[in-house]
Write a protein that binds this ligand. Structure first.
Ligand SMILES: Nc1ncnc2c1ncn2[C@@H]1O[C@H](COP(=O)(O)OP(=O)(O)OP(=O)(O)O)[C@@H](O)[C@H]1O
Ligand SMILES: [Mg+2]
Length: 343
């Protein structure tokens, strides 16, 4: 196979790019700034994210894969083209690309993503399911005939899967993940403090003082927002206990979603699951206390992978080295193997 091999974790919050022989080369937010009138894209990735919440009326910031679904294929193509161009600008041969996206996509949606990757300039394109990539990247012994549970908590979705013998035996994509926790903070501040904050401010609060367990001692931050009634700028203080309470509902939904997957898993995996527990990956696994919270809710062992946000892209990187084998096993898909639309 000639041409550079590139791996892309096309996340709804962040896109990470891996180049064979180099490793992870960059991670940028999955956002595009568009001209509000023509819809034409004007900035991508990091540059676009810096404009978030500060764009004049003539520009709009779009996250084309927000909430875990590809809501805008044309913009996703532009975004992918931007990432692929960054790597292959002066290369003669087109690259071979493995792309990973959250679980829960139908065959038709996966095929459409591969069409978009081809349209963005790939010579060959392959699809790798996100939980499988996460398991590979986290060093889970996924080829063993035993049930390994991986929960990748991303921005738009939390993807939970039972993996055994190199295959996904059971999986579930939960729409309550990092963004839902951030959104709960936005709503809480509005309801209880009469303060309007942008999504990024709420996310910063979540990262600095948020938790699925109570911080001890309690911590607090001072942030800026807009007073709802007077519409004037306002500085406010919020503490970790308040944020903990604000996130209870989406955290419960997340735990229930994982529980539902365990419940419908085949009985032969139950002993493995009780013994091996659940491995958490994805940026959301960085939330303070998420492991102890899920351990308590699910009565199972739960641990956070090392560098959880990079497990998927590391798994994609490993897949680049064994494309033929994984294709043969049915662990990754090319466009031919996705031709049959019957689900
Ligand atoms: N320290 C932290 N505490 C809490 N949440 C965090 C922390 N660091 C990152 N996150 C959250 O992780 C999420 C992004 O994770 P990730 O980059 O794995 O998502 P993604 O792959 O783009 O999304 P998806 O897999 O759903 O498409 C965001 O919601 C972000 O707020
Ligand atoms: Mg992800």
């Amino acid at each position: 196979m000639v041409g550079t091999k590139i791996g892309i974790d096309l996340g709804s919050s962040n896109t990470r790019v891996f180049v064979e022989g180099k490793g992870l080369v960059f991670a940028e937010p999955s956002v595009v700034v568009c001209d509000a009138h023509s819809g034409a894209p004007v900035a991508f990735g990091k540059e676009a994210a810096e404009m978030f919440g500060r764009t004049p009326g003539s520009l709009s910031v779009v996250a084309p894969m927000k909430s875990g679904a590809v809501s805008d294929y044309a913009l996703t193509k532009h975004l992918l083209f931007y990432f692929i161009e960054k790597i292959c600008k002066h290369k003669y041969f087109k690259p071979n690309v493995v792309v990973s996206m959250h679980g829960g996509l139908s065959k038709l949606e996966k095929r459409t993503i591969l069409d978009v990757v081809y349209a963005s300039g790939a010579a060959k394109a392959f699809f790798l399911d996100e939980p499988f990539a996460a398991a590979m990247g986290a060093g889970v012994p996924f080829r063993e005939a035993a049930g390994n549970v991986v929960a990748d908590i991303g921005g738009g979705t939390a993807d939970v899967a039972v993996i055994s013998m190199g295959r996904i035996a059971e999986s579930r994509s939960i729409r309550t993940a990092g963004n839902a926790l951030t959104e709960a903070i936005v709503q809480f501040l509005l309801r209880l403090h009469d303060v309007e904050v942008g999504f990024l401010t709420a996310q910063e609060i979540k990262h600095s003082i948020g938790g699925a367990a109570l911080h001890s001692p309690e911590i607090a931050v001072v942030m800026n927002g807009k007073h709802r009634k007077t519409a004037t700028p306002l500085s406010f203080e919020v503490n970790s206990k308040e944020i903990y309470r604000a996130m209870q509902e989406p955290l419960e939904q997340l735990a229930e979603g994982i529980h539902a997957l365990i419940e419908k898993s085949p009985p032969e995996f139950m002993a493995d699951i009780a013994d091996r527990g659940i491995l958490l990956t994805g940026g959301g696994a960085n939330l303070y206390g998420i492991d102890s919270y899920l351990r308590r809710k699910l009565s199972l062992p739960v641990r956070v992978a090392e560098n959880p946000a990079e497990c998927v892209i590391n798994g994609v990187g490993l897949a680049l080295k064994q494309l033929e084998k994984l294709l043969h096993n049915g662990s990754i898909y090319d466009i031919e193997s996705l031709r049959d639309y019957a689900e």
